[in-house]
Design a protein around this ligand. Sequence first.
Ligand SMILES: Nc1ncnc2c1ncn2[C@@H]1O[C@H](COP(=O)(O)OP(=O)(O)OP(=O)(O)O)[C@@H](O)[C@H]1O
Length: 260
Amino acid sequence: MTALSLHDVSARYGSRVVASGVDVDLPAGSWLAIIGPNGAGKSSLLKAILGAVEHDGEILLDERPASALSARARARAIAYAPQNPQLPDRLTVTDYVLLGRTPHLAPLARERRADLAVVEQSLHRLDLTGLAGRALHTLSGGERQRAVLARVLAQQAGLLLLDEPTTGLDIGHAQALLELVDRLRAEDGATVVSTLHDLTLSAQYADRVLLLHGGEVVGYGTPEEVLTRETVARHYAAEVEILKTDNGNLVVTPTRAPRG
Ligand SMILES: Nc1ncnc2c1ncn2[C@@H]1O[C@H](COP(=O)(O)OP(=O)(O)OP(=O)(O)O)[C@@H](O)[C@H]1O
């Protein structure tokens, strides 16, 4: 259970500010999707929350400044799945997912049976049990992506930062992954911040969306408030329709003018 607050947060590389003016208060168990066109600053903001990119402003975890946490405490509190992870190719899937337990082990201690049980459960939840003994470099792109998420799960952190978690996954595995994250949110009170290019998935899973464009916040609210046809046209230069399914799900779909 980790609440996250960002007060006037900006992310920067040296003096180059790439995201600014971010104010959000996320209660434990909520899901924020950061959306916006390429280069808007989404990944940089996520990395600033992680502490991997410089920031200004205040980042609070359960009302305490994140900067005051030791590296170990931070690793227990925040799990991060990068967009393009560099994986230790020779490791097996199991050994890689076990790395997620590192913040929970005493220094130099070996993993306990309970840690192995968590790893097994994470592999199972990501449909990776059959691949547990395989070296990472022998996996397909989508299987590697699922291994990264299994490591994130094994970390059992209160705040999950997921950078484009469905990239490379087929529609079934993408949906299964987002459902799983949603269960962690609802049942364990995990707070989720994800970047997502897929606006339909953002609308269906996140309870709030933050729209960035050119590093500026240009929208923040519920998916229904932010994802309008005009807003998407203005910030993505895209022609879309916003549909609503019978069960109330929003769908953002590209449209074309009739041919001829
Ligand atoms: N390490 C870095 N050093 C300097 N500038 C960077 C660095 N990483 C990213 N940037 C710049 O910061 C800006 C925001 O990049 P970022 O990756 O956060 O965007 P994004 O919204 O996640 O984009 P995309 O949708 O293309 O993944 C871009 O102009 C990018 O060139």
